[in-house]
Design a protein around this ligand. Sequence first.
Ligand code: GDP
Ligand code: MG
Length: 668
Amino acid sequence: MTKRNSRTGFVHLHWIQANVFYRQELTTQIERWGLQDAGFNYNIVAVFGSQSTGKSTLLNRLFGTTFGVMDETKRQQTTKGIWMCRGKDMNIMVMDVEGTDGRERGEDQDFERKSALFSLASSEVLIINLWEHQVGLYQGANMGLLKTVFEVNLGLFGKKAQDGTSGRTMLLFVIRDHIGTTPLANLQATLTADLQRIWESLSKPAELQDRQLSDYFDLAFTALPHKILAADRFETETRNLRGRFVDKTNPEYLFKPLYHKRIPADGVAFYMENIWEQVQTNKDLDLPTQQELLAQFRCDEISAGALAEFNEQAKPQKRPIEAGKVVEGLGGMMRSWRVMALERYDRDASRYHQGVYKRKRADLIASLDGTLSPLFLGQLKNLHKACLGSFKKDILDGLKGEEYNFADVVSKAKAKCETRFTEGAKESVVDDSAEGATEWNWEEELELLKEECRKDETKKMVNAIERNFKKQISEPVELALNKATPNMWDMVLKAFQETLDKAEAMYLNKATSFNCTEEENTLSIAALRRRAWQALRTKIDEQTSDSVFVGRLRAHFEERFRYDEQGVPRVWKPEDDIDGAFKKAKEQTLELIPLYSKIVPVDSSMAYTLPSDAASSTDSTMEDAFDFESSLVVFSETKALDLAAKFRKDADLAYVEAKRSTVSSVAQ
Ligand code: GDP
Ligand code: MG
């Protein structure tokens, strides 16, 4: 159970009565102490010793803490457990280990082992507090405690001590109520000899047989006068001792860096909880494993924190990208989110086990890029669309005027389009170092864009050529169809063929400068041929619409009926053969209908046949395959009959008029 006294800032880890360690409480407390972000810039000290030997009193003097001190008048035993507190105005966490003398009851021995493990795993300095009269009592309670400490230490640091870099701990013996008759040096010699004997009596694992006490521990000894009988000197001496804990320039400074257990402050709570659990279940505890577990847990936590912040930043840009927008400065934003996330991770996680830190960093990069990559690809897609759109528009605008150079318009639009895409794409690249596995490739998308641009150019060119074709075919067709000579279609087809040949040549000439493929050329030419034919047919339809055609028939008829061979208007006399003339003119005129009904040249070599690939090629202007044969028919039979009937009405009217004119001339 963890008890907290918010006024004094205590965390009481009480681990015999309740088998739970409240990590959150310790985390909260470390935060409250302001040590969360201290990294390695903090120290931990623990005190051990028999009950009521003035341990708490000493700690309060040394570190300005407020650990509970036994009330002299009541002499009641304090509860077993470990109290933890931050030293006043110093980055020191102080552990006050309370318990009974471990020799007497089995349960206490167990507590002693657990508290030894817990303290050793984290503390840099372990204070062993004892009365002067306890020195030399090799069988005494302290010696049992030390044996436990040594055993536990072998388990914890045995594996790692070889490199000599960590796992060392300072054992500071504080001899209380030192009278002074026996000099400290003598007491120190006695204690050292006892420690040596204990060390030798340990049953060590085979691989650690040769290890010396000095491989793991540095020893220091100090003595304090009686607190009440020599109060002044007690105060002076404790103040001196305090200096060895807080003053880094003190030659006897106790918190040497090599004692540090290298647990970042923000990981202390988790680390201690884990040790607590291992202690509870009596599992083997070794520090390298514990540190790796700690690193995994903390690096995951830190990574998750960095990722959450990153996701918050990235989120608002997702929607516009999905909606097809090109987000201005996206690359800059993405790079900064990513750098911030990694900096955040590095700041906190780099203090942990390096292998774990690096592995989790790679995982984090993969997660970050997993979010960034779709944004990047979306941006490329949107850029592609936008650039293609303005390319098309630029070409259309460029071709609006009367005077333009198609190749110029295209090359300008193309350069603009490619520059814009390339600049936008480069800006969106997040990482071109080899740090992540993600590909930030935009060159392929550029190739796709160029391809589409080229297709569009070709299409535009074909359109331009088609427009030109229409212009050129118009006059010769009108001319030929107006004349209604028997070789009318020969003239039309000749003009068609010549104009088409020119158009094809123009296409091929320009296509070479666009690097069109053979296949594209074939397709374009086929489309061009069909569209040319359709243009011709449209022109023919226009020239043979009902009104135009009936008008033409009427004119043809009147030329023959109302005018004589010399082109002089006839004035009918009663003796004239009106009927004969009428019949002849009518017949001659009706002959025109079959002439116009189908596109058939007199000279069969002039006949044009649309190549089958042109008839079947489908482009956007034509969905169904094109039936060339039926396109040769201008008037169907019904249509021809209908036209003939319309014409007859006109002719009959002219006949009646002619008759009437003779009657009226007679009447005069
Ligand atoms: P702890 O149980 O080891 O934490 O001991 P405490 O600090 O609670 O002190 C136990 C008793 O010893 C208290 O009544 C203290 O006043 C008294 N005491 C503290 N320091 C000294 C000392 O240096 N010498 C003597 N003789 N008594 C002390
Ligand atoms: Mg105490």
